[in-house]
Ligand binder design. Sequence first.
Ligand SMILES: NC(=O)c1ccc[n+]([C@@H]2O[C@H](COP(=O)([O-])OP(=O)(O)OC[C@H]3O[C@@H](n4cnc5c(N)ncnc54)[C@H](O)[C@@H]3O)[C@@H](O)[C@H]2O)c1
Length: 258
Amino acid sequence: MGLLEGKKLLVTGVITDASLAFHAAKIAQEQGAEVVLTGFGRMRLVERIAQRLPKPAPVVELDVSDQEQLDSLVERVSPHLGDSPRLDGVLHSIGFAPASCLGEGAFLNAPWEDVATTIQVSAYSFKSLSVALLPLLGEGASIVGMDFDNRQAWPAYDWMGVAKSTLESVTRYLARDLGPKGIRVNLVAAGPVKTMAAKSIPGFSAFEDNWDGRAPLGWDVTDPVPVAKTVCAVLSDWLPTTTGSMVMADGGFHAVGV
Ligand SMILES: NC(=O)c1ccc[n+]([C@@H]2O[C@H](COP(=O)([O-])OP(=O)(O)OC[C@H]3O[C@@H](n4cnc5c(N)ncnc54)[C@H](O)[C@@H]3O)[C@@H](O)[C@H]2O)c1
């Protein structure tokens, strides 16, 4: 029996077949889950990528900064969830920062409007998405977000880093408020993996070059599978008392100094 046998999952954040969300959805299906995807903007592309999953998945449109789309999400997702619609898990795999917020000089110069967009899409939306889906979530459900450990400052990551620290805090407050309903809320803090979002970070190569040498278990920036497996583990029933946590999937990089 698969780790996620019989689970119904909503997976956001697929844009290419390199997306961390694509690999999480793929492994989730291989482990017995039924998956519904959400897509942002380029719906034709997402629908095409959805066909590459082991079992082609339905795609529902979602811009997490659009309140109308959030308000109608349950209504639009439910028809894909069978006779008594419910979700056992949700993956928030969404991040965006305008170019002004990333790279050399960005931190001291980015305008507030761009910083606000970064925080809204990359952190506040974890709360918005969770609240929008509450009618479908019950006892035992697991909500997972994607983090890049921001307990320290990084080169180039700048306002996206601040958004990740915000996301880490949002996770703790969501865990506090949804815990009494039996819903777990956690982040998977991944090491660097080559995806579209990663390529948009000028200076990302500094992470790529250093991670493998420093992580005790080593690290392959071209392999999304270890991160995707960790996501599936947190979505499963096997971390039943874990909530408000950052689960590290980084080869152990966070645990060692130079
Ligand atoms: N790739 C890495 O090295 C790495 C490491 C740690 C954490 N992460 C995090 O993983 C998550 C997924 O990123 P990825 O690396 O798979 O890149 P990706 O580019 O494949 O995924 C980013 C997703 O965010 C979506 N998105 C952007 N704005 C949106 C909006 N307004 N509404 C809904 N969706 C929106 C995009 O459509 C895309 O699907 C992000 O939170 C990212 O910060 C990535």
